[in-house]
Design a binder for this molecule. Structure first.
Ligand SMILES: Nc1ncnc2c1ncn2[C@@H]1O[C@H](COP(=O)(O)OP(=O)(O)OP(=O)(O)O)[C@@H](O)[C@H]1O
Length: 453
């Protein structure tokens, strides 16, 4: 729920005359009504009220408080911030107190005094708004939405800035990158940097759920929609209402569901499985995949119209092997974190371990590196983590070990230049020294040092 949204009052009363009377006496608030528990739950999800006034005696058993208390419990489970004002009979203080113990905000004995009820409802709205505002401010204090993301690679830093820039819009973002490159980290960062940060971030992995369950997982289902559907259940889209929904591995979404998702993106309403009602849902979509979606859509395996809807902003995340200096930077950071988590004194990577980390290609990207360091931090005997602990080959005494040694690089270049100069002047030392810009004795010395004689 975005902070600007006006929240309404829900009046739950089975006596329709009384319901009208309450609505009328609270007419300065925007209100909706319900006459029993199931219609109240429906309104709750549809209108997301801030305040509920509720009769405890509801049908089918209006003489007892069981339905009312059950509804109260469900309201509190749905959103504990909602302020519920319980309307009870004159001599029913025990049940009123029971309701307060279960989370009700206040109670009122019938017949009620309209002015007093007005004041209580107003106070409840104010309390609700204050709590929301408080949470929003707390979220604002979060200094950097990308705080958990470690990188010094220029391309990754550029991506972080892009994510922060587009966060305030509602544009759908598509994150493309190999497995383990941090797509979910970036999606969470986007949510944190957006005005939706006080609401939920919900992620669903389309590849991890069997096709026959995915529809109800995404869209929810009504009670009795299929065998085993014992109660109405919200889908991930509805759960993310007001917040951000991450559709991970979107390339694995079956074609039948692609059509349904497209309809949702166009009309922003869903229908639960087995339901007939259209429910408006306000979510920001982020999707991610390691697959080539454009190619999938050319092959007819991914709807082109859905692709263009989802690809409003496309972010290509580079694999770890292409990020300059990040493997070692992340390795050091993970060592510090895992040593701390295991209450071990400071641990460090040996020099050849750092070198091995830098040279490994990390096909599983940051996830693989993270797991590798976690395992090593557990296995290492002392405070030093070496190549053996990491399960990587040491590069010491290996040819590639000298790849960054300037002296070796310089010697090699000098050797090649001298050979080329001598070749060009057919072995004439005087002319070769001239070509190389050194004296003849210096050229002799160099050839001696470089074992060229
Ligand atoms: N730049 C980073 N700094 C610190 N940790 C990171 C970074 N990128 C990724 N991680 C960590 O690496 C792991 C994998 O990241 P994440 O789940 O976001 O990748 P992914 O691309 O969504 O993977 P998959 O495609 O397999 O779902 C997580 O534990 C995450 O915290």
């Amino acid at each position: 729920m975005t902070p600007e949204t006006v929240r309404s009052l829900l009046i739950v009363e089975d006596d329709l005359a009384l319901q009208k009377q309450i609505k009328w006496s609270l007419d300065r608030f925007e209100s909706v009504t319900a006459h029993d528990r199931s219609s109240a739950l429906l309104q709750l999800r549809k209108c997301l009220p801030a305040v509920v006034t509720m009769d405890l005696g509801l049908p089918p058993d209006a003489d007892s408080v069981s339905e009312g208390l059950k509804l109260l419990e469900q309201v509190m489970a749905f959103d504990p911030d909602i302020k519920v004002i319980v309307l009870t009979g004159q001599n029913d203080q025990a049940n009123a107190l029971r309701a307060v113990a279960m989370g009700a905000y206040d109670f009122f004995a019938k017949p009620f005094e309209p002015e007093l009820l007005n004041l209580t409802v107003e106070r409840a709205f104010r309390m609700f708004e204050l709590q929301r505002e408080n949470r929003r401010l707390q979220a604002l204090q979060q200094p950097d939405a990308m705080a958990g993301l470690i990188t010094r690679d220029p391309e990754m830093l550029r991506i972080c800035r892009t994510i922060e820039k587009v966060a305030s819009s509602n544009a759908t973002v598509m994150l493309l990158g190999e497995s383990g490159t941090g797509k979910e980290v970036l999606a969470r960062g986007l949510h944190q940097a957006s005005p939706r940060r006080a609401e939920k971030f919900v992620a669903i992995n389309c590849a991890a759920i069997p096709e026959n369950l995915l529809e109800s997982e995404l869209f929810g289902y009504e009670k009795g929609a299929f065998t085993g559907a014992a109660k109405m259940t919200l889908g991930k889209i509805e759960m993310a209402h007001g917040g951000t929904l991450m559709l991970d591995e979107i390339g694995d979404l079956p074609l039948s569901l692609q059509a349904k998702l497209l309809r949702f993106l166009q009309e922003r309403v869903i229908e639960r499985v087995g339901g007939r009602q259209e429910i408006a849902v306000d979510v920001r979509i982020v999707c991610a995949t390691h697959q080539d979606l454009a190619a999938l859509s050319k092959d007819g395996r991914f709807r082109e119209d859905l692709y263009y809807r989802l690809a409003e902003i496309v972010v290509n995340i580079p694999p770890l092997r292409e990020r300059v200096g990040d493997a070692a930077l992340l390795a050091h950071a993970f060592v510090r974190r895992f040593a701390q988590e295991q209450n071990r004194s400071a641990m460090t990577l040996t020099e050849d371990a750092v070198q091995a980390v830098e040279n490994h290609l990390w096909p599983g990207n940051i996830r693989e590196l993270e797991n590798c360091i976690r395992r090593a931090a557990i296995m290492a005997d002392g405070s030093q983590i070496g190549c053996d602990d990491l399960g990587l080959k040491s590069l010491q005494n290996d040819e590639t070990d000298t790849s960054l040694d300037l002296r070796v690089i310089r010697d090699d270049a000098e050797k090649r230049a001298i050979v080329a100069a001598l070749g060009r002047v057919n072995g004439n030392m005087v002319r070769a020294a001239d070509l190389l810009g050194v004296s003849r004795p210096t050229l002799y010395d160099l050839m001696h040092r470089l074992a060229l004689k």
